[in-house]
Design a protein around this ligand. Sequence first.
Ligand code: AMP
Ligand code: MG
Length: 405
Amino acid sequence: MISYEEARRLVMEQAKILGREKVNFERACGRVSAEEIRSKIPVPPFRNSAVDGYAVRSEDTKAADLPARLKLLAEQPAGEYFRKNLRSGQSVKVMTGAPVPSGADAVIPVEEAKEENGYVLVSRAFRPGENVREAGEDVGRGQVIIRPGMVLKAPHLGLLAACGVGKITVYRRPRVAVLVTGNELCEPGEKLRPGKIYDANSTILRALVESSGAELIFIKRVKDDFNALVRELKTALNRVDVVLTSGGVSVGDFDLVKETARKVGAREIFWQVAQKPAKPLAFYRAKAGRRTAWIFGLPGNPGAVMISFEEYVRPFIKKLSGRFDFWPREIAAVLTAPVRKKRGRLNFIRVRLEESQGAWKVSPADRQESGIISTLTETDGLALIPAEADFLPEGTKVKVHPVEW
Ligand code: AMP
Ligand code: MG
């Protein structure tokens, strides 16, 4: 059995970029940039007013001449351009965002000016540059605005739009299929017959995959039947980059995932990790034509599914997506209660995270078994309790991975 550190190294060393495509903005949110983009224009593109007011030459508002009386030449809404040069003693009314005419170097806010018979009265001195937004003060011409590996969200897309860029090359999203195994599973909402349970993992995995940036191609429930499993796994491998199976990967009589993976020619990278939960986790590499695809054999218990997804699958998908920030965020936190465990396996403990006086504190949930779903709803993070520890007193510092589910 390999360690958690070794298992995650083996997973992450498999991840490589899948390809690139050019997309329009409407489809770019959440995608990962595959290119460096420099702005071809300065932003803002021209000097403009930060307020509704009057563009003036600041030297006309010198203390000795107050109140200044400046001739109003024109009114300029945003989107229009005043071509003439502003001379001493003159002023142009400008709205927020309207160009500040050449010659002018300050804008008197409406609230601080008085308009009277075609003149503007100013009663205090204005500094050069006051209420003026310089061309390029936000983005300089040629400035790098997007780098490869950046996840494009509203601010990135807004910045690209402001610079006049409408298309961007992004990395291809990993395609994922999910096979949920188990004869005991029935569809939530249907009548529950004796011996059956509702299938929670399909719903869990749909939500997890969709939150990971991957493209979910299909989810299918499959009976614990070798031929059915082989058929479905082959289909999945032909269509996706990553197959996630749930259940059937342990040592029970009907745990057929390992045999199935072997049958379709997948190479086992590992099976079983010295961790709790999700000890039976398996990872395979397969060929689908000339493509490579990977299979995660996730355990059946919902807690093990969620935790192994956060620790292995989500980072793997992020790295396949071209992101650099693929590892779980790690923080140090102090235990508010003692933790007892057996030596030998690293334990992922579900915790509540709380910040107090600049330090993180973690409180373990009262139920930690992998079959328990209820405490997952109150889990902010997973505390990593080292394999060799058997007792950590209250106050011990531990590593915590905040969950992204
Ligand atoms: P297995 O590894 O297939 O033996 O499954 C381990 C445990 O997880 C068993 O108690 C299963 O009933 C349970 N389980 C497996 N799949 C699901 C599922 N989709 N939803 C809820 N529980 C499941
Ligand atoms: Mg099963």
